[in-house]
Design a protein around this ligand. Structure first.
Ligand code: NAD
Length: 260
């Protein structure tokens, strides 16, 4: 149980991040949610977490591509709830294009959000975790932290990067009661996957059905999407005492994709 602990989940107004936040709240943690969206939708999710699970939930609008906004996110958790015990770096975006046409500003955005933001959140959260001698840092990497696909240069680079950052942090924190791991999902059915279908149709000259069957699930031997609830359940396990010797690991949940 995570009662009396606080979890911060970046990019948790939708998709996998929202599922993590709800799963930690179900375990009794207070949660800080973050990300973009319509204010009324975000408030509905925030208030819904409090009502459904009997915990406290706060919202930070921090734009994680801006390092200057990241310290405030961590301080919000510490000041509102007294600690940050679980940090999940999950915010991420995708952009699909051949390298020679890849807009440099998209490259910079994806590296900043999908990789550098985790460096900054850790930098601010680790001192408190060390002082309490307990912490769990979980990064949402991807099957693309282990293997590549064409037209996703920034995403694959950032995800390989976060797998390396995860290992480094795990070694630095190994004797402090803090574990650092990444979860590497294959294709999970979320708005991010849905949103990249039009770009992939354009880049490859395919229909929607072809993109779904021949691109997205082509590499996933089970031919099924992962669910956000399955990813969240693994994160909850990584926070348990049973998982205290799992650190520096990159755990795939990809229907067999990276076994090939
Ligand atoms: P999603 O689009 O549903 O959610 C992304 C979240 O990040 C949203 O809450 C969004 O508001 C937030 N966000 C975007 N830009 C931000 C910024 N600048 N600052 C703060 N928050 C920002 O996507 P998802 O599929 O749930 O993806 C979550 C993570 O899982 C990402 O890191 C993604 O790379 C990873 N992932 C997803 C899949 C998949 O198939 N969906 C597979 C592997 C890995």
């Amino acid at each position: 149980s995570l009662t009396s602990k606080t979890a911060i989940v970046t990019g948790s107004t939708s998709g996998i991040g929202l599922a993590y936040a709800r799963a930690f709240a179900k375990e009794g943690a207070n949660v800080v949610i973050n990300g973009f969206g319509k204010p009324e939708d975000i408030e509905k999710e925030r208030a819904g977490i409090e009502a459904e699970f009997g915990v406290k939930a706060a919202y930070s609008p921090a734009d994680l591509t801006k390092p200057g906004e990241i310290e405030g996110l961590i301080r919000l958790g510490e000041e509102t709830f007294g600690s940050v015990d679980v940090l999940v770096n999950n915010a991420g975006v995708q952009y699909v294009s051949p390298i020679e046409d890849f807009p440099p500003e998209k490259w910079e955005q994806i590296i900043a959000l999908n990789l550098s933001s985790a460096f900054y959140t850790m930098r601010y959260a680790i001192p408190g975790m060390k002082s309490r001698k307990w912490g769990r840092i979980i990064n949402t990497a991807s099957a693309h932290s282990l293997v590549a696909s064409p037209f996703k240069s920034a995403y694959v680079s950032a995800k390989h990067g976060i797998a390396g950052l995860t290992k480094t942090a795990a070694l630095e924190l190994a004797t402090h009661g803090i574990t650092v791991n990444c979860i590497s999902p294959g294709y999970v059915w979320t708005p991010l996957v849905e949103a990249q279908i039009p770009d992939t149709m354009k880049a490859r000259g395919m229909t929607k059905e072809q993109v779904m069957n021949d691109v997205l699930l082509a590499a996933q031997p089970t031919k099924e999407f992962v669910t956000v609830a399955q990813v969240a359940a693994l994160a909850v396990f990584l926070c348990s005492d049973a998982a205290s010797q799992i650190t520096g690991a990159n755990i795939p949940m990809d229907g067999g994709w990276t076994a090939q």
